[in-house]
Write a protein that binds this ligand. Structure first.
Ligand SMILES: Nc1ncnc2c1ncn2[C@@H]1O[C@H](COP(=O)(O)OP(=O)(O)OP(=O)(O)O)[C@@H](O)[C@H]1O
Ligand SMILES: [Mg+2]
Length: 258
């Protein structure tokens, strides 16, 4: 069975996409087949983060518009090939592309789109490429696209920084979602703090933990190079690098095949 995980953050710039890329590479280098789906169609970024040298014919936007399973292979990029990295497992991406950003208004974000996209497009992607994991990169905040993205995942990975707005927003969001039955956050989720450093961060973290009533295990240390170069540390750095180690600990604990 494929595991579907929605990567979400209340605020933008939370390290969600860079973390998704690192986690996807870590999973594929352990021999898993991983599919990434970029649902942040208003501001795509995975293409740059993953250092790809070619684009697919179609994109996530065309698939959301037409939900035609036949178009799936034309929308998929083999990331290992396109980034010139050899991996034990396979890593694929259905990207959103800048050329399609303006087509966002052609998508009908309703229940039918969600059901068709899930049953036709996502199921085809999973079966055709024998995927073990599908990681959805969602839009931040709450709008129709992020709600659909949350409903596509069976599990949620929630990213946050520790600035005032992020802490307030993430607490509010998690407590709100937990109290609603339409989006069910209870089955399985974990929270990841990115860019963690210093004493003030520790105080913010405690505040967030108290507010959501959970201990946050995953703290990705602040790193200058990550900040400016959006590195895939799990392939570029040594095992004992603190940022790489933090991602690997997360993958070992949360993505172990049961
Ligand atoms: N551990 C870290 N230390 C320092 N900078 C980081 C760290 N993790 C991520 N960043 C940087 O933060 C910036 C935002 O990250 P990213 O694009 O992944 O966020 P996002 O949540 O996907 O944002 P958006 O909502 O705009 O898509 C990037 O430049 C990224 O490299
Ligand atoms: Mg992003």
């Amino acid at each position: 069975m494929v595991r579907k995980i929605s990567f979400y953050s209340y605020k933008g710039g939370s390290g969600r996409s860079v973390s998704l890329a690192n986690i996807a590479f870590a999973l594929a280098s352990k021999g898993n087949n991983v599919g990434c789906v970029e649902l942040d169609i208003g501001a795509p970024g995975l293409y740059e983060i993953l250092n790809l040298d070619r684009m697919p014919e179609k994109s996530c936007v065309s698939l959301l518009r037409n939900r035609d399973p036949v178009a799936v292979p034309q929308s998929v990029i083999d990331v290992g090939n396109a980034a010139h990295v050899s991996l034990k497992g396979k890593l694929y991406l259905i990207p959103a592309l800048k050329r399609d950003v303006m087509a966002v208004e052609d998508i009908k974000w309703d229940k039918k789109t969600l059901e068709d996209f899930s049953s036709r497009v996502i199921n085809t992607f999973a079966k055709m490429y024998e995927l073990d994991f599908i990681l959805f990169d969602l839009r931040s905040g709450i709008d129709l696209s992020s709600l659909i993205g949350l409903m596509l995942g069976d599990e949620y990975a929630i990213f946050t920084r520790l600035d005032k707005q992020s802490v307030e927003g993430t607490s509010w969001l998690m407590n709100t979602i937990k109290s609603k039955s339409t989006v069910n956050i209870n089955p399985r989720h974990f929270v990841v703090v990115t860019g963690y450093r210093g004493d003030l961060a520790r105080i913010s973290l405690t505040k967030l933990e108290e507010s959501i009533g959970e201990t946050i295990e995953y703290k990705i240390p602040y790193d200058d190079k990550m900040n400016l170069q959006e590195e895939i540390v799990v392939i570029t750095r040594q095992k004992d690098d603190p940022v790489r180690a933090a991602y690997e600990q997360l993958v070992d604990k949360e993505f172990a095949i049961e």
